[in-house]
Design a protein. Structure first.
Length: 445
């Protein structure tokens, strides 16, 4: 499905191909732009990257947590690979959108341009879902038994839009064809502690459902042990912060971020985004107690260059605060004066602070230019904006473009920090309410 010169050529994602090893089919919403161009993994027309941090939650982080909870010992790459072979992913939407905020608008535009309906596009995924179920029956036979029950493919949606499209408002249900486990949280909710928003009864439901879907995998991977149904699991309660995560769970989460980031490219803005995501996770886990520790961990998990990129953003903030104070006194009113004052103020690192601050000013100027262009219907993609900035600002065009792209990454990080603080505030209120309830219960006794 392509038109000559189509701007979405190569952006169709058909998900994981059929596999005789699949025991768990996970339906998600859509593949992000970061997955574009990564064909050839589990299918020539599959753009679901298995190094994406949201996918890694279901491939490695959550299975590892259940394994350790059941008393499993060393978690190995071989075990993770065996588990991953049993899990397949498909997306509700075929199109890889260029922007997260406008993905439905892009899907509608794509459908109209190709003279199909949105429902037609979804139908392809419904057919793929049915093919996975039918293929499972063909491979294993209708009479495959586990105990006295017929073994069927387990299916779950790890996305609200996917769940609503496939199952409506139905809870889990099973029959002799398929075991539908309804909905689990998006991998991003697991990675960023958004599970803190869920009430206790919902977390209990999620823990039970995670245990059931991964039990289906453990039945064909003998080395993968999970808690018994009788023992149950508190996995969602740990990842929400209701009870403390284990040190191994924290390490698994950090490793998933490292794996996702290392495969994401080495552009300046990407390095900053990777470092920011790591710092965000450290903040969520309260692992990092100082700026120095954050820098050391960034260097450990990524590289010295990642560390330098992140340190530069902090220098820019400090230098910016200094310039603001100076301007209140009527000083540093020009860029040149501000650069000179910063250089003199911060000693041997003065030049570094000045360069970092100058980058933020370039980002602001380039950002204003992009905003004006977008009002005219131009610069609607990151690539177009970078090209336009480079052309607009002459010999310093590349510097302005890099500064703007870095500023965009910082803006995204700031949004994530706001969400994290909101989650932590919600968690604080929940814990306070629990303490009050516990105190009242004690007093009644």
């Amino acid at each position: 499905m392509s038109i000559s010169g189509d701007e979405y050529d190569g952006f169709l994602n058909f998900g994981d191909c059929l596999s005789p090893k699949t025991e768990l089919l996970i339906i998600k919403n859509y593949a992000p732009l970061s997955c574009f161009g990564k064909m050839g993994i589990r299918g020539d027309f599959n753009l679901i990257s298995r190094s994406n941090v949201c996918i890694l939650q279901y491939l490695k982080v959550l299975p590892r947590s259940l394994y350790k909870e059941a008393g499993g010992e060393d978690w190995t790459d071989e075990l993770a690979e065996s588990i991953g072979e049993c899990i397949s992913f498909i997306d509700l939407h075929l199109l890889v959108p260029k922007k997260k905020k406008t993905y439905m608008k892009e899907i509608r535009f794509f459908a109209e341009r190709h003279n199909v309906s949105e429902l037609d596009l979804k139908l392809v995924t419904f057919i793929s879902h049915a093919m996975h179920i039918k293929y499972y029956q063909l491979v294993h036979g209708r009479d495959r038994q586990v105990g006295r029950d017929t073994k069927v493919l387990t299916v779950v949606a790890a996305s609200k839009p996917a769940h609503d499209s496939f199952f409506g408002h139905r809870d889990e249900f099973g029959n002799d064809i398929v075991n539908n486990e309804a909905r689990l949280p998006h991998g991003e909710d697991v990675a960023t502690r958004r599970l803190a928003r869920y009430p206790d009864e919902k977390l209990e439901e999620i823990s039970n459902r995670l245990l059931r879907v991964f039990t289906a995998v453990s039945e064909v991977v003998p080395a993968f042990v999970v808690p018994s149904p009788e023992d149950g699991s508190l996995i969602a309660q740990r990842f929400s912060g209701r009870i403390s995560m284990t040190e191994d769970e924290k390490l698994a989460q950090l490793e998933s971020i490292r794996e996702s980031c290392r495969k994401g490219g080495q552009k300046s803005a990407k390095m900053l985004e990777d470092a920011a995501d790591l710092v965000l996770q450290l903040m969520a886990d309260e692992v990092c107690k100082s700026f120095k520790e954050a820098l050391e961990l960034i260097e450990f998990f990524f590289s010295l260059e990642h560390r330098n990129r992140w340190e530069g953003t902090q220098m820019a903030k400090i230098a910016g605060a200094f310039v603001t104070e100076q301007q209140k006194e009527g000083k540093c009113m020009t860029t040149e004066d501000a650069l000179e004052a910063i250089t003199n103020e911060f000693g041997e690192k003065g030049k570094s602070y000045a360069n970092a601050w100058e980058g933020t000013q370039m980002a602001k100027i380039a950002g204003a230019f992009v905003t004006e262009q977008q009002k005219k219907g131009k610069c609607m993609t990151t690539e177009d904006a970078l090209e336009a900035i480079t052309n607009e600002f002459g010999e310093k065009g590349k510097s302005y473009a890099n500064a703007w792209e870095t500023g965009d990454a910082l803006s995204k990080f700031a949004d994530k920090v706001k969400a994290l603080r909101s989650n932590n505030s919600a968690l604080t209120r929940i814990k306070a309410a629990q303490q009050v309830a516990a105190k009242e219960g004690t007093e009644k006794k």
